[in-house]
Each structure stands twice: as C-alpha cells, then as structure tokens.
Design a protein around this ligand. Structure first.
Ligand SMILES: [Zn+2]
Length: 241
C-alpha cells in the first residue's frame, strides 16, 4: 500500500469524523419548541443589513410581532446602530457566528473564535449575552458543542426553511411556511444576503406569511419565549407570571 495514499485516507477519515460525524450530533440541537401551544418563532439569519434589516423590522412592528435575529458578529460590528435598534424594538439577539464561515472548514481553535468573538461583541452591542447559536448552513463540527457549553449557548436550528441555497419566489415561500406550520415551529428566514436577492424576496413574502399564520391561530414569538416551557423542565411553565 502506498504510504501517501494511506495518510490521505486517514486524514479524510478524520475529517469525516470531525465534520460529518458531528453533523449527526446536530440531532441533539433544538429544531422546534413544544407542540403544546400554537406558538411559532420567526428567526432571521445573516444580518444586520443596513438596507433590509430596518425594513423587515418595520414589517414586524406593523404587525406587532417580536422575533429572533441570528446576527453575524462581524456585520453587527459594522452596523452597531442596527443591533441597538433591533434590541430596542423588543426582538431577541442571537448568534450566527463571527464571520459566517462554515464550521466544516474550521479547526477547534477557529471554531472557538467564531463562537466566542461573536458572543462577546453581540453582548456588548445588545446589552445581553445571546443564548442561542445557529451555525452557518446548519453545519457543525466536533469542537462546537464543548465551546457552546462554555459560552452557555444552545444550538438552535429550524423546522421550516422556505428558502435554502436555491432562490424561491415570495409566493412559494409564503405557501411553503403556511402549508408546514405547526405548533412549536422555528422558521428560518434571511434578512441579509447569503443567497443573492434573499432579503428582497423575504420582504415580499413576509406580510402574507405573518397574516396567514395569525389567521391560522398562531402567536408569533421569540425563540426564548418558545423554548421557555422546555427550559422549565417538564414541558409546562411552572413559573409564576
Ligand atoms: Zn447564514
């Protein structure tokens, strides 16, 4: 057997264990809230965006909806006023990492830096440490979960995603969400560009999405409010209001 081929094979196997193997652990991540109430959390990834985030925030305000924004640390650092405005409007600030680099391309040290640097800066800008982390593209690695424990963060993915890597028209997105809506759903949306044109399509889809969910009897809330009954331990809130 050729030694270089063996070495390459070993490295590939290690990478598969580090990235793909860990991807299976994502099953341990949170994808939805309890099904006991007709509550849904809208979540917005990849911002803040100077143009689109305020527009999306206006649409939410017009309908009295609070949501969770998974911000990219470096973009938040560039647009601190946007972060303050979202937080002041009552939305929840969560973390989407520092630079939106795929964690499949990050070793343990870079993984920690992506999480901890975003966490520190978002806490400074919003006045409260984020409690939820969403890895870019939902890709995790073996180092991530230890880092999240250290930072007191939980990995939150989604149960409904109307647009992923491929662009989808606003009407299609609205139909997708309304057809799949379920109690405890976490909806993955994008208020900034990863996929070209994504925030514009979202701005066209969002009013119909929100109105349709309201018509179906769903209350829209933040991830923190959605998951609170689970955090109380037995699926029922025991906390005195
Ligand atoms: Zn993203």
């Amino acid at each position: 057997m050729h030694p270089i081929r063996i070495a390459a094979g070993g490295a590939a196997a290690l990478w598969v264990g580090y990235a793909w193997g860990a991807h299976l652990w994502a099953a341990a991540s949170t994808r939805r809230g309890p099904a006991s109430a007709r509550h849904i959390a809208l979540t917005f990834d990849d911002g803040p965006d100077a143009e689109w985030t305020p527009r999306i925030a206006d649409q939410l305000a017009a309908r009295g909806v609070r949501a969770t924004f998974f911000l990219v640390g470096r973009r938040a650092d560039t647009h601190p006023a946007s972060v303050a405005a979202i937080a002041a409007a009552g939305h929840e600030i969560a973390s989407h990492g520092w630079s939106h680099r795929s964690l499949w391309l990050c070793g343990p040290r870079r993984t920690a830096e992506e999480v901890l640097r975003a966490q520190a800066r978002l806490a400074e800008l919003s006045g409260a440490a984020p409690r939820w982390f969403r890895p870019p593209w939902g890709m995790v690695n073996a180092a991530l979960f230890g880092v999240l424990r250290r930072a007191d963060l939980r990995c939150v993915l989604w149960s409904i995603q109307p647009e992923g890597l491929r662009p989808r028209g606003p009407e299609t997105q609205t139909r997708h969400v309304l057809a799949r809506a379920h109690p405890g759903a976490i909806v993955n949306l994008h208020d900034a560009e990863g996929v070209a044109g994504a925030p514009g399509r979202l701005a066209a889809a969002l009013p119909g999405m929100i109105d349709g969910l309201h018509e179906r009897g769903y209350a829209l809330t933040t991830v923190g409010d959605l998951l609170r009954p689970m955090e109380d331990g037995d699926g029922h809130s025991t906390r005195a209001e």
